[in-house]
Write a protein that binds this ligand. Structure first.
Ligand code: ATP
Ligand code: MG
Length: 440
């Protein structure tokens, strides 16, 4: 490999040695002959290297290569190939950047690349209209110095970006914006600000529609149920008509339950959070009441309840909402477990993490792949089975909403064929301790 690279140089050296020998032979001055030839060869080599060096220093222009021989000319060729490849790569990157800039310029949302101290490195055009940030003028300045809004400053300094921040536009009070910060690499973050107006308006329209439609259906349905119940009381109806009336009444009751669930959900969504968290609720009596109700209902299948809850278990919350959440979870435990199994309700206090009410059943359980979706509206693992039980798939989403409104959350764990544990997790401040109760 190396020999082919310096083939010309080897030939020149051999030629020079032969020429030196010939001159030495003719003149008898061997040393002088070799020395002169060596000097000539050296000068040739140095000239080649000198030209190569000059060409490289002048930017190694592909269209202006020097006339060289041997290894030097091969070096020139290789440099040209590498340069050509680099230029193509560079052009491809430039094209990519051009396309990225065109795409971000067309975006209606503001996008910024910032460093660890939120100094702007790059911003798209929409940033100007939405946040008043000029990509050129404001490069290097901190976002918090340009958008002087304490809500944004607090959010950025807390550095907890799991949840996006909703805030009012600094430019127009009517616009609601949503800020997301996505960290990437060691020191960079992408800040993404979206105008939330349309999404919010759409959500409001959806909520209003569900709430109005449910309200409108409730009155005629109550009338229908009333008529059906009166008809049921008549003894003179033929058996097939009687059966029809019973079926219709069952379905009407199901529809009523669905409407009631939809109305509770839209109430939970529309009332501000501060209106709950008002009453002091004894969770033990609430649990006992829920158990009495489930025992009196048609879904009860002789399950036994073990209640490991202190007397009293006081928290601050909305009695009606908490009742509906606990009732939903207990109903599920009963509905989805077989006769004579145990249902264990346990209360646990962790002063730093919060208060937990777990409801464990030993029923059919669900496959883990469904767990993350159980609290979605209308999500039912086995639609047929749930429907037979009178289920609408709204129960757990009501539970989720109630828990969120109390600053907590619902955690579900389940194993197919083994059982399900639902844990209602409340924040520690919701607990009414004995001292607080006495002071109150
Ligand atoms: P609804 O509560 O509105 O009457 P539902 O019980 O079907 O109807 P959710 O309470 O939201 O609706 O529950 C959703 C689904 O989660 C259920 O259909 C069921 O498949 C599953 N599920 C909930 N709790 C349990 C449980 N304890 N054991 C097994 N599956 C459960
Ligand atoms: Mg349910």
């Amino acid at each position: 490999m190396i020999f082919s690279f310096i083939k010309t140089e080897i030939k020149v050296v051999i030629g020079a040695l032969l020429a030196g020998s010939a001159i030495g032979f003719l003149t008898g001055l061997w040393a002088l002959a070799y020395a002169s030839i060596l000097v000539v060869v050296m000068i040739w080599f140095l000239t080649q290297i000198g030209r190569l060096h000059r060409w490289m220093n002048a930017g190694a222009q592909i269209d202006n290569t020097p006339r060289l021989f041997g290894a030097s000319s091969k070096i020139v060729e290789q440099v040209c190939v590498i340069k050509q490849e680099n230029e193509e790569q560079f052009e491809r990157s430039r094209e990519l950047i051009r396309r990225f800039e065109a795409a971000t310029a067309a975006m209606p949302d503001a996008m910024l690349i910032v460093d660890n101290s939120f100094n702007i490195e790059w911003a798209n055009e929409a940033s100007k209209g939405i946040l008043g940030i000029d990509a050129q003028k404001d490069a290097g300045r901190s976002v918090t110095n340009i958008v002087r809004d304490p809500v944004i400053t607090n959010y950025l300094t807390r550095r907890e970006f799991a949840q996006p921040l909703e805030f009012t536009s600094p430019r127009s009070e009517e616009n609601d914006l949503v800020l997301r910060v996505i960290s990437y690499g060691e020191v960079h973050s992408l800040m993404y600000v979206q105008d939330h107006m349309d999404v919010l308006r759409l959500q409001q329209v959806r909520k209003a529609f569900i709430s109005n439609a449910s309200h409108e259906m409730r009155t005629p349905l109550t009338v229908i149920i009333g008529y059906l119940e009166t008809l049921m009381l008549r003894d003179d109806s033929p058996p097939e008509i009687s059966r029809g009336i019973t079926g219709a009444l069952e379905q009407a009751h199901r529809l009523k339950e669905l409407i009631e669930d939809l109305l509770s959900l839209s109430r939970l969504e529309s009332l501000p959070l501060s209106q709950s968290n008002a009453d002091v609720v004894d969770m033990l009596s609430l649990i006992r009441e829920c158990i009495e109700l489930v025992k009196a209902s048609s879904i009860y299948n002789q399950q036994t309840f073990a209640i490991k809850v202190p007397d009293p278990a006081l928290i601050r919350g909305d009695q009606t909402e908490l009742m509906s959440a606990v009732q939903n979870v207990i109903d599920n435990a009963v509905k989805y477990s077989s006769a004579n199994t145990r249902i264990v309700l346990e209360w646990r206090i962790d002063p730093t993490r919060g208060v937990f009410l777990s409801i464990q059943d030993y029923g059919e359980g669900v496959d883990k792949l469904h767990l993350s979706r159980l609290a979605e509206r209308f999500y039912r693992v086995d639609k047929g089975r749930s429907r037979d039980m009178g289920g609408t798939g709204l129960g757990l989403s009501i539970v989720k909403h109630v828990m969120e409104r109390h600053g907590g959350q619902v955690k579900i764990d389940s194993e197919l064929g083994v059982g399900t544990q639902v844990e209602l997790q409340f924040p520690p401040e919701i607990l009414v301790s004995d001292e607080k109760r006495e002071a109150g």
